[in-house]
Design a protein around this ligand. Sequence first.
Ligand code: PGA
Length: 229
Amino acid sequence: MIYAGNFKTNHTRSSTIDYIKELNFGLKDKKEEDKVYIFPPLTAIDFYRGDFTLGVQNAYPIESGAVTGEVGAAQLEEFKINTILIGHSERRELLNETQEFVSKKFNFFKKRGFEIIYCIGEPLEIREKGQDGVIEYLKKQFMGIDIDYSNFMIAYEPIWAIGTGRSATVEEIIATHNKLKELSNRPILYGGSVKETNIAEISSIDSVDGVLVGGASLNADNFLKLILH
Ligand code: PGA
């Protein structure tokens, strides 16, 4: 299983250092085949050691140049970062990232060989119309994306399940992941209110290769409970 923790706009540099100390201590008991990723805010990026991969939640598709407030590939290269989240619904919604821009970012970082966790997910009004509509919606989020790229994973995160405490049901996850498996042979993570009380159920689904965790990853002890469950 893959366990990815997305801190979003939480944690400081100093609390991330404490987090990593605690995480590393607990990861000694992790199953060898399990893989852990953490995505702290950009201000907390550094050369950390441990049995996990450090990635960034975002970067701009540029080597370096004039894009005020953004970081590009050169800034990530300094910290040997080559893992990135792309397409998260918060960026699509709050920062108006269009499919065109998201795919441009995907292609830019693909060219540089980055490992990409590519997020997709439908809003509630689409889910309420039924499973077929969900798949149609998700397919559009693959426009411009090279689904044969060997260094990417899909994170299926229904928007209505993110941060709401209400994860998708096992049936919804199975139905959606199975369809996504027909489209791509890359690993598929589920995200959206994954927590200690549902990790056993969610991780036991065959087509779930891992989880992308927001709220329940913010505390190292909590995240370890998911990883070591
Ligand atoms: P959540 O967030 O676990 O807090 O629902 C998941 C995500 O947005 O990646």
